[in-house]
Write a protein that binds this ligand. Structure first.
Ligand SMILES: *[C@@H]1O[C@H](CO)[C@@H](O)[C@H](O)[C@H]1NC(C)=O
Ligand SMILES: *[C@@H]1O[C@H](CO)[C@@H](O)[C@H](O)[C@H]1NC(C)=O
Length: 554
């Protein structure tokens, strides 16, 4: 009896100590703070192949993404946000602030056995931020060249990298199969991270990101580029790897591939929650800019063996239709005076470089190379109208495949198409688009929502529902007007007709002509594509089945 009491007494003391300790931690002002930088932390979260309809802030609740949505609704939803149609070109634009035609990166992706990389004369975003005092880190997928060490992140402005070098890998065994070759692709810096075998890639990326935030010295601003491999498909033997218990929890999706896809998105969403929470815990959130973006449109209905959705937009990844280039994305920051809004300001992925450099307090007049990106920091952070310094977007010119598209204000012209017209249609699933089915209250209790509540950034449920309906695109069910871009260019008013159903080429020949001239102007300034033939010497089988910077060994 006595002994039990004694134990209980000891237990009470321990509890009290723990409580006292916790209370102490809450008294922020009693902790001596390190000098903190006044430049904002920049966290860039890039999803891979995520479709416009694969998040729940654009009108479908089929795949519920509470953490992503909580950030979106407390930030600025970029409703007219454009990227390039495929991974490598889009990432090159993000890192250089230039259209891919101006760096030779416009044609398809970079392969692991291709002896090239993003040209070394290009200065990359972290190299711009470094002189401003930033500590730069990348976690996840690089995909801008691993032929030689000089092309790798650590030589191009980043201090650390945990992730992969090529375009995709298996989320558990981390091997990548492409161009008839197969090998391991997971690195910690230059070292092969054999120890991560079996650990789910999205969770590896989350843990590493949280580690970087937790150990960050706040006297410096942080640039953290989180380049998820989610939701890119994996190797053909297991195209959509997701933990079985996550898949089992998803009850509302019957289609098995879409259910596995949803499980992959779920881990991505949890990752966003964990990152936001760690920024809040570290007292960094109030001075951070977070961008969430997909790199291109979603591969739907088994394109790339995947199950994304861009509904109701037309086309898929690697097409110039809206479904290929209009991306799910937003910018979030307490530094934005009018947040919790849906923006129809035109913005393109190349704009991030000057925009973020400007937000970081950089002097744009010191940039001597010609950027295609435009500094939109004032528009995004101060303004609430649809005005944007950006009036036109070159979606891409690919003279090898014979496809190109340009948009000026609301007018978009498409010339030629990829896949010989096979992926020019509309693809599902639409998902559940009943606004009442959206569990809005769950946004307040997810990790990101709770962190945002702590800095009073979460809007009220009614306001969230209003924003969500503003960010939802709907189109008529009218039959589309015939258009075959392989024969004649197609012209659309994408503001009135975001689903590209009503070809106006013959109705507005002068507008079409003006856009053709713009395309030719851009074409005249294009560099030849830098693609090179696959080099057998890069086959991982020569390097114990590891994808390697083979150019350094030949
Ligand atoms: C953070 O950096 C500052 C300035 O370099 C230094 O004085 C301080 O000791 C650092 N803090 C930690 C915990 O390393
Ligand atoms: C761009 O110019 C090249 C030749 O210089 C030509 O072959 C190609 O068709 C042009 N593309 C467009 C979209 O005008």
């Amino acid at each position: 009896m006595f002994r039990v009491d004694k134990k209980f007494f000891v237990f009470l003391i321990i509890c009290n100590l723990t409580l006292a300790h916790e209370n102490e931690e809450f008294e922020y002002d009693e902790i001596e703070e390190e000098p903190s930088s006044n430049r904002p932390n920049i966290i860039f979260i890039l999803a891979d192949d995520l479709g416009f309809n694969d998040v729940s802030f654009h009108g479908s609740s089929q795949i519920f993404t509470p953490n992503i949505d909580a950030l979106a609704f407390s930030g600025v939803i970029l409703n007219r946000y454009y990227v390039n149609p495929i991974c490598t070109p889009s990432r090159s634009a993000l890192m250089t602030g230039k259209y891919p035609i101006h760096t030779g990166m416009q044609h398809t992706v970079l392969f692991g056995a291709e002896p090239r990389g993003l040209p070394l004369n290009e200065k990359l975003l972290p190299e711009y931020l470094k002189p401003l005092g930033y500590s730069n880190h990348i976690v996840g997928k690089w995909h801008l060249g691993s032929y030689k060490k000089v092309y790798l992140p650590l030589m191009r402005g980043f201090e650390s990298h945990v992730g992969c070098w090529t375009g995709h890998h298996d989320y558990f065994d981390h091997t990548a199969e492409e161009t008839g070759m197969w090998g391991l692709d997971i690195r910690r810096g230059y070292d092969v991270a054999y120890d991560l075998h079996g650990k789910y890639t999205t969770d590896v990326i989350t843990d590493e990101s949280v580690k970087i935030i937790n150990s960050h010295n706040a006297s410096q601003p942080l640039f953290l580029y989180i380049a998820h491999t989610a939701v890119h498909s994996s190797n053909p033997y297991s195209p959509l790897p997701a933990p079985d218990d996550t898949v089992a929890k998803i009850k509302n999706i019957e289609d098995y591939k879409r259910r596995k896809f949803a499980a992959i998105v779920h881990h991505l969403d949890e990752s966003v929650g964990a990152v936001v929470k760690s920024l809040a815990d570290k007292n960094m959130l109030h001075n951070s800019i977070i961008i969430f973006s997909s790199d291109n449109g979603g591969p739907a209905e088994n394109f790339n063996l995947n199950a994304a959705s861009n509904y109701p937009l037309r086309g898929v990844k690697n097409t110039l239709w809206e479904g290929g280039v209009r991306a799910a994305g937003f910018i979030w920051s307490p530094l934005i005076s009018q947040h919790s809004r849906v923006s129809n300001q035109l913005i393109q992925v190349a704009d991030w470089l000057p925009t973020l450099y400007s937000a970081a307090g950089g002097d744009l007049s010191t940039i001597t190379t010609k950027l295609d990106g435009i500094d939109l920091w004032d528009e995004l952070s101060q303004q609430t109208t649809a005005d944007s310094k950006r009036k036109e977007v070159l979606h891409n010119i690919d003279n090898i495949w014979g496809s190109s598209a340009v948009m000026v204000n609301e007018w978009k012209l498409i010339v030629g198409t990829n896949y010989n017209g096979q992926w020019d249609s509309w693809y599902g699933p639409a998902g559940n688009r009943d606004p009442l089915s959206y569990p809005v209250k769950d946004l307040l209790t997810c990790k990101a929502g709770r962190a945002l509540e702590r800095i009073s950034m979460m809007p009220k449920p009614d306001d969230i529902l209003k924003l969500r309906s503003e960010a939802t695109i709907s189109c008529t069910n009218d039959p589309p007007k015939e258009c075959n871009p392989l024969k004649t260019p197609c012209l659309y008013n994408v503001v009135k007709d975001p689903c590209e159903k009503n070809n106006l080429f013959e109705v507005y020949p002068n507008i079409a002509k003006a856009l053709l001239v713009r395309l030719q102007d851009f074409n005249a300034s294009a560099l030849p594509p830098g693609n090179l033939a696959i080099d057998e010497r890069g086959n991982p089988k020569h390097f114990s089945y590891v994808w390697t910077n083979f150019g350094d060994y030949i």
